[in-house]
Ligand binder design. Structure first.
Ligand SMILES: NC(=O)c1ccc[n+]([C@@H]2O[C@H](COP(=O)([O-])OP(=O)(O)OC[C@H]3O[C@@H](n4cnc5c(N)ncnc54)[C@H](O)[C@@H]3O)[C@@H](O)[C@H]2O)c1
Length: 327
């Protein structure tokens, strides 16, 4: 089997601190890519069990043909440590994935930072705690930042990279290069509540819930609409390019109808109104949120269609995941 990605260079040794849902997946991903990994959980017994679980998980992936036998062997070679400090000593990179509790993060990040070398890069996988607050728990905060992965980490390509106020730009660049090197798609984002992904994802979830509460559709029907209508586009395009391709004038009319029915939170945003007033209605006028030459627009649209056709073919080739019923 062909390797998905092979890690080279920095970091030589990575400590993964907290071996639950995320830490285990990230440890598998790092080890499968060829990194030397040290895994640690809250106690030596939990660490021992975590090592067993990560190997079982990788074996399942190898049996399903998702990773190679060589990658499985590398996961079997994951080392363990007695505690966060022991795992961090001599590691070039520390990935903290302890539970989402500020006091616990303070304890764990403090222990890692005190034991690690001065140059060791330390990151937290927090989903929502302010990176600038977490940075205060680390000595030499210029080597600290947020690195927010998504579940399941082995397969989800996107990773939010969140520098703190004092993070060294060279550290940010190194971390971004490393993530790209192991096949991930990092985006550097600011330290706002929920960063970017969870803020958007939770806004979507709130509105999905309101559709159910308003009696428009059942949870199953909402899921079908989201994944098969606009969600179908999301592996390829984000909201700005999708809006440009739909036409910002169209978006403005839709916002006006939504505002009438659902109130001010759906008022057409100034960023849309102003562009429509200036005639910048999206791909059809050559500019919207992005600009497009005629040639670029034609290429974008045919590439869009090529990708949608390929995705349709892939979806049709897979058995449906029919699990769960509306409650
Ligand atoms: N679950 C997700 O989908 C998801 C996605 C992105 C980010 N995150 C974030 O990743 C972090 C971990 O989340 P999770 O879902 O993997 O949690 P989890 O509860 O599954 O795993 C946390 C692990 O940390 C261990 N732990 C507790 N105290 C420890 C200590 N002192 N030292 C070392 N390990 C210790 C626990 O025993 C547990 O195995 C959180 O900050 C969370 O917000 C979670």
């Amino acid at each position: 089997m062909e390797e998905r990605s092979v890690h080279e260079g920095w970091p030589g040794v990575a400590a993964v601190v907290g071996a639950g849902t995320m830490g285990l997946g990230v440890a598998e991903c790092f080890a499968a890519a060829g990194m030397r990994v040290r895994l640690v959980d809250a106690t030596p017994e939990l660490t021992r069990r975590a090592k067993e679980r990560v190997v079982e998980r990788a074996r399942g992936h190898a049996d399903a043909g998702l990773i190679s036998r060589e990658a499985l062997e590398r996961v079997e070679g994951i080392e363990t440590a007695d505690g966060p400090a022991e795992a961090s000593a001599g590691a070039e990179f520390v990935f903290e994935a302890a539970p989402e509790d500020l006091g616990l993060k303070e304890e764990v990040l403090g222990a890692c930072s005190a034991a690690a070398d001065r140059e060791t890069v330390i990151v937290s996988n927090t989903s929502s705690l302010p990176i600038n607050t977490l940075a205060t728990f680390v000595e030499r905060r210029e080597r600290f930042l947020g690195m927010h992965w998504f579940n399941p980490p082995e397969w989800t390509p996107g990773v939010e990279v969140i520098p703190a106020e004092g993070t060294d730009t060279e550290v940010v660049e190194r971390v971004v290069g490393f993530l790209r090197g192991i096949g991930k798609r990092p985006a550097v984002v600011g330290d706002g509540p929920g960063f970017v992904a969870n803020r958007i994802q939770n806004a979507l979830f709130l509105e999905a819930l309101r559709c159910v509460e308003d009696g428009l559709a059942s949870p199953q029907e909402v899921d079908e609409v989201v994944r098969s209508c606009f969600g179908f586009r999301l592996p390829f395009f984000g909201p700005f390019q999708i809006a440009d391709m739909a036409g910002l004038d169209v978006y403005q009319s839709v916002f006006e109808t939504l505002e009438e029915g659902l109130g001010e939170r759906f008022s057409p945003p100034d960023a849309v109104r102003e562009r429509v007033e200036e005639g910048r209605t999206g791909t059809k006028s050559g500019a919207g949120f992005l600009t497009y030459s005629d040639e670029e627009r034609d290429r974008l649209l045919i590439e869009r269609d090529r990708r949608y056709a390929a995705l349709n073919e892939l979806l049709e080739s897979l058995p449906p995941v029919d699990v769960g019923e509306d409650t």
